[in-house]
Design a protein around this ligand. Structure first.
Ligand code: AMP
Ligand code: GLY
Length: 427
């Protein structure tokens, strides 16, 4: 069968790698893809902001399955459009993807279904914001409604700064686009866990848990990024906690979406804060995480295509996922200057040597293949990913492979997984 993957990042490279391993897959097509995907799959140009272009491409290629990576095409309704044309596609409809594309919708949905989340107010103007923040104790979290690639969340140390942040979001000075709604939210403290599950609209199947490192600097300092590294171990969540999250967060979300007439099929990514009063939803994403997917998929032993098709066909309950015990880690190499301005087009060396380190997969994000030379082409360039029996070993392997790779200005965090390595197991 032919599978089309929409997207161009590390997440999509990992999806392409896992999908190509299925014995049922004869061809993987990536649109637009990146330098890494171009080495093993056919890549076709497409603008992920252009719904008609994506539909035309899928109608020409007629894949047996389309897998949508990023949130933007989901929020444009690419799943609805392909389904209307009789094409099988993995991902939520535009209405279901609102769990990610509108933070206001997600918060009100969580409240309607009694799913634990931070206290909040959805505000459409500054007067409402000022009224709302009077009842919150600083720090106060202010979020823009909409897709802002992680940049729409501001943690404010005082009421004054919260008001200013909301003002900046409404006027458009902060994000370059005026927000129509702003969510004001209680600040939660605890460890963050990325809890992803597959859903066929009725059932949920958890993937292995992961922890993301969003800040650019070591010790979790400096500005937020798309994610500088991630690790996955079973120790992140014990079986009782996993069961609790499934029963009180993931399952009621899927049941609630179905009850509201907008069933959710695809990947439900629950961004959780493990607080003193239990897990709370920080956010939903309606797609695989990046770089979580890289670390998660190297631990998947069963066939990813079977699982994705089971979601499309409503057969998830009969399609168990199998995972390797142990751990995995993904360390991101970024361009110098990221998440600010950075140069592109710089040659990358050492990729073959890195790939030879046992247990390592080098997933490409912002790369381009030009005349046989791999060049940098984005902020996050590579995700060096390794699986092993223990987290310490997975990290050793990833860093050993990373040491082989070089490009001008290359930066990576040397402390991925540090929190888990320091932690003593709780009993
Ligand atoms: P979001 O896009 O909503 O996940 O927010 C991005 C990041 O901001 C999260 O991963 C958290 O690190 C932080 N964050 C969001 N909401 C809160 C909150 N209510 N309390 C503390 N931190 C938060
Ligand atoms: N790693 C965070 C995200 O995919 O949104």
């Amino acid at each position: 069968m032919k599978v089309l993957i929409l997207g161009s990042g590390g997440r999509e490279h990992a999806l392409a790698w896992a999908i190509a391993r299925s014995p049922r897959v004869t061809e993987v097509v990536c649109a637009p893809g990146n330098g890494g995907m171009a080495q093993t799959a056919r890549c076709l140009p497409v603008d992920l902001k252009d719904l008609d272009a994506m539909v035309r491409l899928a109608e020409t290629e007629r894949p047996a399955l389309t897998v949508v990576g990023p949130e933007l095409p989901l929020s444009l309704g690419v799943v609805d459009a392909l389904r209307e044309r009789g094409l099988r596609v993995f991902g939520p409809t535009r209405a279901a993807a609102m769990l990610e594309s509108s933070k206001g919708f997600a918060k009100q949905f969580l409240e309607r279904h009694h799913i634990p989340t931070a206290n909040y107010a959805v505000c459409t103007n500054l007067v409402e914001v000022e009224k709302a923040i009077d009842i919150f104790h600083p720090p106060i979290v202010v979020k823009a409604d909409g897709l802002f690639a992680g940049k729409g969340v501001i943690i404010c140390p005082s009421r004054q700064t919260a008001t200013e942040a909301a003002q900046g979001l409404f006027s458009g000075t902060l994000l370059g686009e005026a927000a129509s709604q702003v969510v004001v939210e209680e600040f939660l403290e605890g460890d963050e866990v990325s809890f992803l599950c597959l859903s066929d609209g009725v059932h949920v199947a958890p993937l292995v848990p992961a922890q993301d490192h969003k800040r650019i600097g070591e010790g979790d300092t400096g500005p937020n990024t798309g994610g500088m590294g991630v690790y996955s171990t079973d120790a992140l969540l014990d079986p009782a906690m996993t069961e609790w999250i499934l029963r009180h967060i993931a399952a009621p979300t899927v049941t609630g979406m179905a009850a509201e007439g907008t069933p959710f099929t695809g990947v439900l990514y629950c961004g959780l804060m493990m607080t003193a009063r239990g897990p709370q939803v920080l956010e939903f994403n309606a797609r695989f995480g990046d770089p979580e997917t890289q670390a998660i998929l190297v631990r998947l032993e069963s066939d990813l295509v079977d699982a994705l098709e089971a979601c499309v066909d409503g057969r998830l309950a009969e399609t168990p996922l199998r995972w390797s015990a142990g751990a995995s880690a993904c360390v991101v190499a970024s361009s110098g200057g990221y998440p600010g301005n950075y140069a592109t087009g710089l040659p990358i060396s050492g990729l073959a040597a890195a790939a030879h380190v046992p247990g390592v997969e080098v997933f490409h994000a912002g790369t381009a293949l030009k005349n046989g030379q791999m060049l940098t082409a984005g902020g996050r360039v590579l995700g060096v990913t390794a699986a092993a029996d223990s987290l310490a070993e997975a990290l050793d392997r990833a860093y050993q492979a990373m040491a082989e790779i070089a490009f001008e200005g290359m930066y990576y965090r040397r402390d991925i997984g540090h929190r888990a390595l320091k932690q003593k197991p709780v009993s």
